[in-house]
Every structure is written in C-alpha cells, then in structure tokens.
Design a protein around this ligand. Structure first.
Ligand code: ACO
Length: 425
C-alpha cells in the first residue's frame, strides 16, 4: 500500500506518494509538485534529491555498504575479475563461462584504435593532462565510428568498442607523451594484463607480467566500477538525456571525474602526501584543513554519502599493504598516509563532520607501486568507472519514463530593467 506525505500550503493540503526501494530507502515523489502547487524544490548540490530509480548499485553510506547488482563489493574484489564485474554491471547478471568467453573475444576484436587517431596525440602539447586528452579522444571516437546509433545491437557494439578502446587510448597517450613507441594490444592477454603490457612493454625492456600486479589492478578497477549517482555518473546521465551518443555522454563523465573534489582526488592525495613527506608539515596541513576560512581540504577524506569508513578504502588499504609487501617496495608515502589517517581519526573536527578516508586515500600508493605515473591516476579511475557509466547510461535510455534532464531554478537577479544605449552609460 502506498504511503503518502501530507503537504500543507496556503489553505490547501496535498498528498505526495512515498516511493520505497528494495532496501527500504524512501523518497517523496514530487513529480507532480509544480503542476499541483506551483512550487519547485530547492536542493543545492542535490544532497537530498534522487535523480532516478536504479537497479545497478546499492550504497548505504551510514553503514559503509556497497553492492553491484546486489553482490557485495568485497566478494567481487576477492573472487571476480574486472572484466566479469563490467559484464555484471552492464548486463545485470554474472556471465556464464560461454558468455564470458564471447565477451573476451569481442573485447579483443575491438581493441585496436584507428591509426589516424595517433595524429591527435602527436599534436597535443607535451604538458597536456591525460584526462583532457582522454575526454576528447573518447568524443572523437564518434567521428571514427559514425554509423552506430543508440539502438539495440548497435548499442552493444558501441559499448564493447568503448570498453576495449579506452584502455588502448589511455596506454597510447602515456607512450606518446613519453616519446615512446606505441605498444599494440595482444590477443593472448586478458583485459588488465593487456593494459599493463601496453603501458610498460618496450623494445629494449620486455614487460614481465606479474600476477600480483594484475590482481591488484583487477581489484583497483573493480572498486571503482560504479558508485551510483555520483558527480560524473550524473553528468553521463544528464548529457545522455539529450540523446547524444554514448561517446559524448562518456566524454562528459570523464571531464567531470577530472575535478579534484571527485576522481581527481587520487592525484591530489599523492601530491599532498609528497608535500608532507618533503616539508614535514603534517600538523600544519591538518590545521589548514580545519580552518573555517580556508578552502584547503584534506584530500582523500570525506564523502557525500559515506558517513563512516568507505568500504572500498578498507579493501584498498589492505591491498596496498599486501602489494607493497609482495613487490618488496617500501613507500614513504604509505607511512605518511597511515600517520595522517590516525591523526585525523582522533581529531574532533573530522569526527564531528564524519570525515573518514575515502577510496582515493590509499589508491595512489597502489598505483605508484604498479608503476603508473601520477598524472595518469585519474585516467585509471576513469577506465575503472567506465562499466558503471555505461550501465547507468543504458539504464536511463531503456527507461520508458526517460526524460530530458532539465532542473529549474529560483531566479535572484534584477527585475525587469531597461536597456541603456552605450553612449548613455
Ligand atoms: N577536509 C576538511 N574539511 C572537510 C573535508 C575535508 N576533506 N571534507 C568536508 N569537509 C568539511 C567542509 O568544509 C564542511 O565544513 P563546514 O560545514 O564547516 O562548511 C563539512 O566538512 C561538510 O562538508 P561538505 O563539503 O558539505 O560535504 P560534501 O558532501 O559536499 O563533500 C566531498 C564531499 C566533496 C568529497 C568533501 O568531503 C571533500 O572535498 N573531500 C576532499 C576531496 C576528496 O577526497 N574527494 C574524493 C571524494 S570520493 C570520490 O569522488 C571518488
């Protein structure tokens, strides 16, 4: 039976239905609010606004729970591969053995990038940030594969192309930025190993694939694979709602992810930890993050939804310890990170504001151990988030209630004002 919320406005009373999710979360359905009352809602930053109903990812920020299609992220990190998790997110179920093989074949078949795209890379200034390059390259794919539309089988083709090519595009951008020869994808290597080989193989130093590193990359990408309606995913859904192609919607997601308050935090965390290690200024950094009139924030801390430990952070921290141990690496930034976490978690400011380390706090140390350069960290996040963006985009376009995303506003500018010709101003 539907529950209602009563809204009294003026001398009228309205009944607004309550929508309930499968995990018992509740929302007030305001879709008829303006039509019935003339009012809109105002929610800066959308902290209280549900933008859609979704079957993909469940997050409980109070209890630190994250599940993809119902499966806890801890189980996926331990037992699944990134490729299988991508399949799960996009198709709504785990693949059978046969389906997984078919998926692998398709990913292999689509892994090459049109040779003409290399010319783009060669003309970017060497100092360009790889996220900017990736965003425009993904958008450019539309021009190289123009025949595909947003319908049925063609969508599946575009999806597979994108999943496969993004990995090649990212590795190419790294190689070209260093002035090195591009390494092509290999049919005998699985998704993660193939990426590592494209990044690090060289004619003078063949890359040796280490299973611990491959496992770490699988886990890193699984942990980033989806996170319901975050900033970049909302960008993908919103841009996608204008009926652009998947490429354009994903390109918008990459641009949103680049921001330091979102995916760009993984780069910002390492820069902050390196600064602390070099200048021995941990106390000042913590102090600065707490100052009311200082916009500086402790990077890798805090989250819009998690008000306790981010479950991904716990897995990432554990993996960080294991990987560094296995590779026999001692990273001074790991010690700085652990000390900083300990200080912050005892500090009233961070406790009162529910500020706990998020996924980005330890992820950069894992990436450094794998050999990924700092300016590629957010690109690594983007490759990981791609299945989630695709699944969310697909869900939105398959929704019979799909609408153009178009919020309203409360105007606070001048009332009607007369134009003054330039000579009279
Ligand atoms: N350091 C210091 N203070 C912080 C931090 C932080 N990392 N995060 C939030 N706060 C403070 C805010 O200044 C605010 O204080 P105020 O009420 O006195 O103004 C209070 O805590 C609440 O913060 P909001 O900004 O309202 O919370 P919001 O949900 O909007 O922010 C965000 C979430 C953007 C992630 C924030 O915690 C932040 O900037 N963190 C640092 C950047 C970061 O790590 N981003 C990655 C997030 S995970 C991801 O996207 C993959």
């Amino acid at each position: 039976m539907t529950e209602f919320v009563k809204l009294t406005y003026g001398d009228k009373e309205y009944q607004l239905p309550i929508v309930v999710g499968t995990e018992g979360e509740k929302a007030i359905d305001i879709s008829k609010l303006r039509q019935q009352t003339g009012l809109i809602t105002l929610d800066t930053g959308y902290a209280n606004t549900g933008s859609c109903m979704s079957e993909i990812t469940f997050m409980d920020g109070e209890n630190g729970i994250l599940r993809y299609r119902g499966i806890p992220v801890e189980q996926l990190a331990e037992q699944s591969s990134f490729k299988e998790t991508a399949y799960l997110l996009i198709n709504g179920k785990l693949p059978t053995q046969k389906e997984l093989i078919q998926f692998s074949v398709l990913l292999n078949d689509h892994s090459l990038v049109h040779e003409d795209m290399r010319a783009f890379y060669e003309n970017y200034p060497r100092s360009s940030h790889p996220m900017g390059i990736l965003s425009s390259m993904v958008s450019a794919l539309r021009s190289f594969y123009p025949e595909l539309q947003n319908f049925g089988e063609e969508i599946n083709m575009t999806v597979t192309r994108l999943l496969s090519k993004v990995r090649t595009l990212a590795a190419m951008s790294y190689k070209i930025s260093r002035g090195h020869k591009v390494v092509y994808p290999r049919p005998d290597l699985a998704y993660c190993a193939n990426f590592l080989n494209m990044m690090f193989d060289s004619p003078v130093r063949p890359y040796e694939i280490d299973e611990d590193v491959v496992k770490a990359l699988n886990v890193f990408w699984i942990l980033h694979a989806d996170h319901e309606q975050n900033c970049s995913t909302s960008a993908v859904r919103m841009v996608g709602s204008a009926w652009v192609t998947l490429y354009a919607a994903i390109s918008a997601g990459i641009a949103a992810l680049w921001g330091p308050l979102h995916g760009g935090a993984n780069q910002a965390v390492i820069e902050m930890l390196a600064d602390i290690a070099e200048n021995k200024n941990m106390k000042q950094v913590v102090q600065r993050a707490k100052e009311k009139n200082n916009s500086f924030r402790l990077m890798g801390f805090g989250h819009r939804v998690y008000k306790t430990f981010d479950p991904r952070m716990k897995i990432m921290k554990e993996m960080c310890d294991t990987l560094l141990d296995k590779l026999n690496i001692s990273d001074p930034l790991l010690d700085v990170a652990k000390e900083l976490e300990e200080i912050a978690l005892k500090d009233d400011y961070f406790l009162e504001n529910n500020l706990y380390p998020n996924v980005d706090f330890y992820s950069g140390i894992v990436l450094r151990a794998i050999g990924i350069p700092t300016n590629m960290f957010t690109v690594m996040f983007a490759i990981g988030r791609l299945p989630g963006w695709i699944a969310q985009w697909k869900e939105s376009i398959d929704d019979p209630k799909w609408k153009l995303c178009r919020p309203r506003q409360i105007y606070t500018g001048p009332r009607e004002t007369q134009y003054v010709p330039i000579e009279k101003r």
